[in-house]
Design a protein around this ligand. Structure first.
Ligand SMILES: [Fe+2]
Length: 228
């Protein structure tokens, strides 16, 4: 039989354990609140950036909806290529925001119907760098900034801004590039009408392994074969 002293000690221990456990549970709730708030903050920042990108597109009938489509296709490609869920989110969001740097390119250059001069072309080619700089302050989107910076690199090294080639181009950028090229080809532009889907697929097929990643193009064909 327990002595009175032993019983009192046991009661004290049980009460201390309950207090400790309550404090621990409260800490878990605080941590969850902080996590939810952080996610809301991230979403708010993405929405603001997307609002900027959409405002830019809304002024131009030729590019309206382009970012949304590139974002959606990039997401599907990232899933098909087996990227992790956080990586898929980064690629999808970078796809949405890939051309945000065009905010820094004069409208006279963006909307020019004819061929760009060397100087105008140099201004246009700055948009991946400007885009990466716009999102650079957001530490949670560092990988997305890299995708935005490199979405005009080409597998054969002829792209910009850094002339990267092959596997040195981040996979996310290779994914966005395929989604971007296909959507651009199948959209009207001031200087040419939209290609049909079969024409655009032929173009992608020819570019696979040369300017575009052949595995990403193969994934695109596999994904869209029943949509034509
Ligand atoms: Fe671009």
């Amino acid at each position: 039989m327990a002595t009175p002293l032993a019983t009192a000690c046991s009661d004290d221990l049980a009460a201390a354990y309950r207090r400790l456990n309550a404090a621990y549970q409260q800490t878990l709730r605080y941590a969850e609140d902080v996590r939810v708030l952080y996610q809301q903050l991230q979403r708010g920042i993405y929405q603001s950036l997307l609002g900027l990108a959409n405002a830019l597109e809304a002024k131009d009938v030729y590019t309206r909806g382009h970012s949304e489509r590139v974002g959606a296709t990039s997401r599907r490609l990232a899933v098909a290529l087996g990227l992790s869920t956080p990586e898929v989110e980064i690629v999808a969001r970078a796809g949405l925001l890939h051309d945000i740097g065009k905010i820094g390119v004069p409208e006279s250059v963006l909307r020019k119907p004819g061929t760009l001069s060397n100087d105008e072309w140099a201004q246009m080619r700055r948009h991946p760098l400007i885009g990466a700089q716009i999102v650079a302050p957001f530490e949670f989107f560092t990988a997305g900034a890299v995708v935005i910076r490199h979405h005009h690199e080409r597998m054969n090294g002829s792209g910009y801004p850094d002339g990267l080639s092959g596997a040195s181009i981040p996979l996310g950028a290779r994914i966005v590039a395929v989604a971007d090229v296909y959507d651009a080809l199948t959209s009207d532009r001031p200087y040419r009408p939209a290609m049909t889907a079969p024409e655009a697929r032929k173009h992608l097929d020819a570019a696979a392994g040369d300017t575009l990643d052949d595995q990403v193009v193969a994934a695109f064909f596999a994904l869209t074969q029943h949509e034509l």
